[in-house]
Write a protein that binds this ligand. Structure first.
Ligand code: HH2
Length: 440
């Protein structure tokens, strides 16, 4: 069961429910974290419903005062399942044929969802299940969300209050942006300490590039790169340290030598990795990637990107929980740039809030990535600094709790503005009254 109390859908159809808050902007602590009285406009998407259920749900939603519609593009008549169905001919009434599947989209003020629930509960077990699913997803999406993450060594990472910044320390010769700059232990440690001074809330130490087309490095080589840096940073700073690896043995040794969490771009796909995380009581970032770095950009087409990323992360996290990893040890990440197209990366950022429905803190790493270069007319990684800061701010406003970045100083400053914009000026940030003259 996930932190939001969700279980896998039980019905003959799957009600995969995602919710997003359309306004006001989300924050890491959820839309109500600032304590002000706000009304939320929420969109709920329910996927893969059979025609009759979709019709009943839509009717109930409209009676409750919500706006509702079903998506004809997802309708696949049973006879042609497996192939893409075409849109209904223009002018035809948009009725969902029996036996087909449909996605229902509902939109409206938060309070109206209570009315919808009451109506659905009167409709029998199938609708009851949807009502429960909608309620738990709304809770996960609109409430303050998890307030902390459990780290190894009995520590916790506090999430409430601000967007956290994870500074990248790449001890590699070939990373796509900073490869070779911090390949020696001394340079990497100096860089890590500088990021802490600039305000990093945690550091992510990696010994293997995962850029598109890259090949894995042997375990011994990855350990040779990562461990000395980890040990030196551990002895000189108390900042939480993450190891960016997909290899269980590297994770195990890193956790034994002071790492607090594992950032696994392969999404805890390896059973041994889940075992290492469970035994250490460490946190794990579960990232979505299609394929492996070597081939992940060869096919970046999805039927429905958000739905696939969502379903995959739901399955990975639920499997981790079944094997004994606690919900508060998990963080999810949609994997910007990992098997995604230019448009796909933008869509992931734009619809990030929907991942909050999973009930875990959301992390995003858009820093210096190629879709930003494409937006700037082909700018190389070294000229994507401002765009990266902007992406971090947007991710924060869409509900990211943690942003993984190369440029810690400017991102920390920008996020102070974003966090304040969303939540009001934090008390004590500018003297006792919390107010200051606009000219000082
Ligand atoms: N991106 C990179 C590496 N690790 N981990 C998570 N959770 N999310 C990300 O988006 C992510 C990540 C790629 O960035 P970088 O480490 O700078 O590049 P390289 O893999 O070439 O070392």
């Amino acid at each position: 069961m996930s932190p939001s109390g969700r279980t896998l859908p039980r019905g003959p159809w799957r009600a995969l429910v995602r919710a997003s808050v359309l306004s006001p902007p989300l924050g890491p602590g959820g839309p109500d974290a600032g304590g002000s009285a706000i009304s939320l406009l929420i969109r709920v998407e329910i996927g893969q419903l059979g025609g009759p259920q979709a019709e009943r749900l839509l009717a109930a939603a409209r009676l409750a005062g919500l706006r509702g519609q079903s998506s004809p593009e997802t309708v696949r008549p049973l006879a042609s399942r497996g192939s893409r169905s075409s849109l209904p001919p223009p002018g035809r009434p948009r009725r969902v044929p029996w036996g087909s599947r449909s996605r229902v989209r509902i939109e409206g003020e938060e309070a109206l969802y209570g009315r919808l629930r009451a109506r659905l509960l009167r409709e029998g077990p199938a609708m009851e299940e949807i009502a429960d699913e909608v309620r738990s997803v709304l809770r996960a999406t609109t409430r303050a969300g998890p307030r902390s993450v459990r780290l190894a060594h009995g520590r916790r990472l506090q999430l409430a209050g601000k967007t956290l910044v994870m500074g990248v320390v790449n001890v590699t010769p070939d990373s796509f942006f900073d490869g070779g700059r911090y390949a020696s232990t001394d340079d990497a440690v100096r860089h890590g300490l500088r990021l802490v001074e600039e305000g990093a809330d945690l550091l992510d130490i990696g010994g293997e590039s995962t850029r598109p087309g890259s090949s894995p490095v042997p375990v011994r080589e990855e350990l040779r790169r990562v461990l000395p840096v980890l040990l030196a940073l551990r002895s000189s700073s108390s900042v939480p340290l993450s190891v960016d690896t997909s290899k269980p043995e590297v994770a195990r040794q890193a956790l034994r030598n002071g790492a607090d969490l594992v950032n696994d771009v392969s999404g805890l796909g390896d059973r041994r990795m889940r075992e290492v995380v469970r035994r250490a009581g460490a946190a794990a970032v579960v990232m979505h990637m299609r394929g492996r770095p070597r081939d992940m950009q060869t096919d970046t087409r999805y039927d429905d990107l958000l739905a696939e990323v969502f379903a995959e992360l739901a399955e990975r996290t639920q499997r981790a929980e079944r094997e004994g990893i606690a919900p508060d040890q998990l963080v999810v990440d949609p994997g910007v740039g990992f098997g995604k197209s230019f448009e796909g990366n933008l869509e992931l950022l734009r619809r990030l809030g929907e991942l909050r429905s999973l009930g875990y803190p959301v992390m995003v790493g858009a820093s210096r990535k190629s879709f930003l270069g494409a937006l700037l007319g082909g700018a190389p990684p070294e000229h994507r600094g401002e765009a990266s800061v902007t992406a971090a701010v947007l991710a924060s406003l869409r509900g990211a709790s943690i942003v993984r970045v190369h440029d810690v100083g400017p991102t920390v400053e920008a996020l102070r503005v974003a966090d304040a914009f969303r939540r009001g000026w934090p008390r004590g940030a500018s003297g006792r009254s919390g107010r200051r003259s606009v000219r000082d």
